[in-house]
Design a protein around this ligand. Sequence first.
Ligand SMILES: NC(=O)C1=CN([C@@H]2O[C@H](COP(=O)(O)OP(=O)(O)OC[C@H]3O[C@@H](n4cnc5c(N)ncnc54)[C@H](OP(=O)(O)O)[C@@H]3O)[C@@H](O)[C@H]2O)C=CC1
Ligand SMILES: Nc1nc(=O)c2c([nH]1)NC[C@@H]1CN(c3ccc(C(=O)N[C@@H](CCC(=O)O)C(=O)O)cc3)C=[N+]21
Length: 321
Amino acid sequence: MEPQKADQLAAPQAVGNAGAVAEEKVADVIDGKAIAAQLRKEIGQGVESLKAETGKVPGLAVVLVGSRKDSQTYVRSKKKACVEVGIKSFDADLPEDVSEDELLKIVTDFNANPEVHGILIQLPLPSHINEQRILSAVSVEKDVDGFHPVNVGTLAMQQRDPLFVACTPAGCIELLQRTGVQIAGKYAVVLGRSKTVGMPAALLLQKLNATVTVVHSRTPNPAEHTRRADIVIAAIGKAEFVKADWLKPGAVVIDVGINAVDDPSDKRGYRLVGDVDYKEARKVAGAITPVPGGVGPMTIAVLLQNTLKSAKRTLQASSSS
Ligand SMILES: NC(=O)C1=CN([C@@H]2O[C@H](COP(=O)(O)OP(=O)(O)OC[C@H]3O[C@@H](n4cnc5c(N)ncnc54)[C@H](OP(=O)(O)O)[C@@H]3O)[C@@H](O)[C@H]2O)C=CC1
Ligand SMILES: Nc1nc(=O)c2c([nH]1)NC[C@@H]1CN(c3ccc(C(=O)N[C@@H](CCC(=O)O)C(=O)O)cc3)C=[N+]21
């Protein structure tokens, strides 16, 4: 087979900026912000045609419990993105001390509402609530976050496909595919095994025929594993933990981490950095996602994509019957 774009991406480029060493090589930057904007444009068009065909628009319910600042920020970005593409959003903003049964009732009401095609429960939930009980209560057919056990289970099976895949890992794959990175036959290392990112990312890569190693907090010598990888997905939640010497020259690096580090020179007093030491890693990697502007915007775009997919499934099935 012809060498694919992954190899082209791996081809180091000379930098021309003043002050840099003339021969220094730098990785391509995978522009998640631009790729997410393109994806939202496609989703907007999809919403328009669905509306023309059925007279209806997709609906997304976003359930927020408590007043965590970061959760409020994400929920706001999701609502804004819904408006941009023509998806109707339904909100449930609940107090921190809401009971599990009250929350369950909200979820079952959204399950029964025909205008709602997707339900997102913003995580984390307060500790008095049994997260698994709530996530399992979301109808599999409206589980646009891909956290329902049936959607996770079918993701793990070779002969089955889930209705929805978790947005962040799906966003990582979308970034790889839209940058022309070949996945099949490549060796991938996923750092982290959380149910929201690491675990589904590893399952997805495996489904797409990569050979996958999962590195977690109990893995001895994480660098040794990572250095073998053609594709690295870092999702551990530790600022700049992955160093340049963990990477194979030319590797494609997807940095999922979003970590706030104190920065007195920033007007907010902090700045966001990834799980990868970006500045140094750029000298070794073939391509890399920045933070912010990498995976984050893709997560939201895939959420909209999943909601459109869900609406098409129900609306087109019912209009043709
Ligand atoms: N861009 C986006 O859209 C999103 C970004 N994020 C960000 O991604 C990061 C990860 O999130 P999430 O998966 O939810 O985090 P979790 O805390 O749920 O999971 C972290 C994972 O990393 C592993 N880990 C922790 N420390 C180490 C270590 N020193 N070496 C190797 N593995 C380690 C843990 O291992 P173990 O299982 O053994 O404990 C765990 O599996 C965070 O920075 C988060 O903010 C999250 C969601 C969306
Ligand atoms: N049920 C559920 N589903 C989620 O998908 C989910 C969740 N709960 N809980 C929290 C995490 C986190 N998350 C992000 C979404 C967008 C950005 C994002 O757009 N970030 C911008 C920067 C934002 C900024 O500057 O603050 C960027 O990376 O460019 C980040 C993180 C979704 N999550």
